[in-house]
Design a binder for this molecule. Structure first.
Ligand SMILES: C[S@@+](CC[C@H](N)C(=O)[O-])C[C@H]1O[C@@H](n2cnc3c(N)ncnc32)[C@H](O)[C@@H]1O
Ligand code: SF4
Length: 383
């Protein structure tokens, strides 16, 4: 049977980073939101949501092979809060033997005791937002941790017994030189983590960073420059024994994130918490975003679902290709329709894709050049 995942969204951050448009709120934003939006209210509500999810969907309820606590800043809940979340999953869906259990954490809200508490609670993987190791880049990103704090947090997590540790990096921040990127890469490699996610800076509409770009205070990242940086990152990580398994994700052998693979392979997961999305056999639904509204709905005995849609076979086909082609394993050639296959062969002639294997086992995969233009190639194939 395919894997099943549970995602838990934590909608709190100590401060807001100017580039981020995730569903997250600072204490001062929530202070004026009325009752129901405290961390305590949230923890009670999400456990109740999990209980209702299982009671209302007995057919969908099965032990989780992967759990991912994302944010926002899950580490703001402390190890005790995160233990409560994980116990909520254990007592409802249940945890499969050998489950992968990840939490995201911000380096500045972690400590040796925090990681020891996580380990004891049953977490198996930690993902830390490093972004950069260079002070002026961190300042442009509004990050509050010191350049050295992420590496110290990795050492603490390892001392607590974590083998699976990820660092998130953002590249292409205005003002970041190639030498700055090299400094960050050296710092990442020195930690000896087994997973790296590297994202090009996206200037998201509606963020403080987008306003600075509009006012001319910051330049828009340049696509060619981002491609140069991507190649630099890939070369450094490959030389250190990492392999890419998704366009923005690299791991050492055995280090790929099983939860993210489940998303990219079009698997099933239940998402709990404000704004969380779920996918069950072609049905997608997502929760209301604001923590106060979320808690109020749960308190009223309602699943806090904002909307749902049944994906058409066409939607599912497009998603399968869009997500699958970004993976190093690619997609089965047989999954492509005749016209798509024709366009894929043209992209292969241009050196962007390759066909590997034969017959039913034939697959279509991005080449190294193709990875730099993955989104455009996928759009072309599906056009
Ligand atoms: C939602 S954050 C949660 C992790 C945690 N709060 C932190 O910041 O360390 C997950 C990751 O998404 C990435 N991210 C968020 N917004 C981004 C943007 N606009 N462009 C590129 N990467 C972004 C960052 O690398 C971040 O670590
Ligand atoms: S990047 Fe992380 S810490 Fe910054 S606002 Fe987004 S979720 Fe919060």
């Amino acid at each position: 049977m395919d894997s099943f995942g549970v995602y838990l969204h934590v909608p709190f951050c100590a401060t807001r980073c100017g580039y981020c448009d995730f569903n997250t709120y600072t204490a001062s934003q929530l202070g004026t939101a009325g009752p129901g939006a405290t961390q305590g209210d949230y923890l009670d509500a999400i456990v109740r949501e999990l209980q209702m999810a299982v009671a209302n969907n007995p057919d969908a309820a099965r032990p989780a092979d992967t759990v991912f606590v994302g944010g926002g800043t899950p580490s703001l809940l402390g190890a005790e809060g995160l233990r409560k979340l994980l116990d909520g999953v254990r007592d409802t869906f249940g945890l499969a033997d050998g489950a992968e259990v990840t939490t995201e954490s911000n380096p500045e809200s972690t400590s040796p005791e925090f990681f020891e508490g996580l380990k004891e609670a049953g977490f198996t993987r930690v993902s830390l937002g490093m972004q950069s190791a260079v002070p002026h880049v961190l300042a442009t990103l509004d990050r509050t941790h010191t350049p050295g704090r992420p590496a110290a947090a990795v050492a603490e997590a390892r001392a607590a017994g974590f083998e699976h540790i990820n660092l998130d990096v953002i590249y292409g921040t205005p003002g970041e030189s190639m030498a700055d990127l090299d400094t960050t890469l050296e710092a990442v490699l020195a930690t000896e983590v087994n997973h790296v996610s590297a994202y090009s800076l996206i200037v998201e509409p509606g963020t403080a960073m987008a306003r600075k770009v509009r006012r001319g205070e910051l330049p828009m990242p340049d696509d060619d420059d981002l491609a140069d940086r991507y190649e630099r990152i890939d070369a450094a990580l490959s030389a250190a024994g990492f392999s890419w398994y998704e366009v923005s994700n690299w791991s050492k052998p055995g280090g790929a994130c099983r939860h993210n693979m489940l998303y990219w392979r079009d698997g099933n997961w239940w998402g709990a918490g404000p704004g969380a999305h779920s996918h069950l056999d072609g049905r997608r639904f997502y929760n209301v975003k604001h923590p106060a509204r979320y808690s109020a709905m749960v308190a009223a005995g309602e699943l806090p679902v904002k909307d749902s849609e049944d994906l058409t076979p066409e939607d599912r086909h497009v998603e399968k290709i869009m997500l699958g082609l970004r993976l190093s394993e690619g997609v089965a050639a047989a999954a492509l329709r005749e016209e798509e296959l024709r366009r894929a062969r043209r992209q292969a002639e241009a050196g962007m894709l390759r066909f590997v294997g034969e017959g039913e086992g034939e697959r279509v995969q991005l080449t190294d050049r193709g990875r730099l233009l993955a989104d455009a190639i996928i759009v072309d194939i599906l056009s």
